[in-house]
Design a protein around this ligand. Sequence first.
Ligand code: OGA
Ligand code: MN
Length: 314
Amino acid sequence: MAGWQHFGGQMVRPKIFLRSRRRRAGAHNGGMSEVHIERVKPHIGGIVHVDKDHLLDDATIVAVRASLEDRGVLVFPRMNLTDAEQLAFTDRLGKRVNYNRKAPGSGAGDEADVYAITLDKKINYQPEYVLGTFFWHIDGVTIDQPLPKATLLTARKLSPAGGQTEFASTYAAYDNLPESEKSALDEVKVVHKMEAAMRPVFEEMAEHDLARWRGMSKVMVHPLVWRHNSGRKSLVIGTHADSVVGLPIPHGRSLLVRLQEWAAQPAFSYRHQWQEGDLVIWDNCGCMHRVVPYDENSGRRMHRTTIMGEERVA
Ligand code: OGA
Ligand code: MN
């Protein structure tokens, strides 16, 4: 089980969180299937123990769906899925969505709906979008559609240094704010722009770059505190969060940066030290994420699929 012990540098003693054992009649493989999900930290992280043969079993799908929101991020160590297998798993979990068809890297795998996250110039000739993943973000916030429910990444090729992916629970970040701050934030609205997410990537952004980001996104105004249909609340933050409605720019940005820092504290976040073949899935509606910088010549390549969301930020 090498690799599981790297949780943000801390040793973790996982507890059995969920155990599902069920006799299945006529399901995918027949016979008995078993899935265990171990907790990593109280607020975030789960490790799914399941054999690849049982990945598509009803019991596994039920367990993954049931624990994704609670755990925020689920790791399937060394699952070694092909693109077709990853898509099959994605399709079992929800409705697949591809909002990257026009981005470089799209269709770089065997399947058109698989997007390659890489800085490798042979695959990705416009690296800025992927360089944006070095900064905290939620996927798809500046697209006018329900936020993608979940993202799945398979590690195809690792970088020798960097490349760990970090996840922070935006549910835990909200839940653990002092009550006075919660009520102060409850009615706040935030302007999200793709160009804000791209700003840290450039020394200076040229007009044609600005035009490009504006062409592939929409300025979205979302409540800072998302009241989910479930009744839970989370923060909608990340570098795409550009300003706060009604506040002067420095005041709004300072608030947004402080909330990012709060959400990223170790108790609410998990850093994944990848091994080749790992599959990670995260609740994109309850987590923000970023990657530790890696060299553009490292060859690092992750294959991504996405599950469509059902809820708009409200
Ligand atoms: C993503 C993403 C981070 C990584 O796929 O949406 O942000 O570790 N990836 O490559
Ligand atoms: Mn992302």
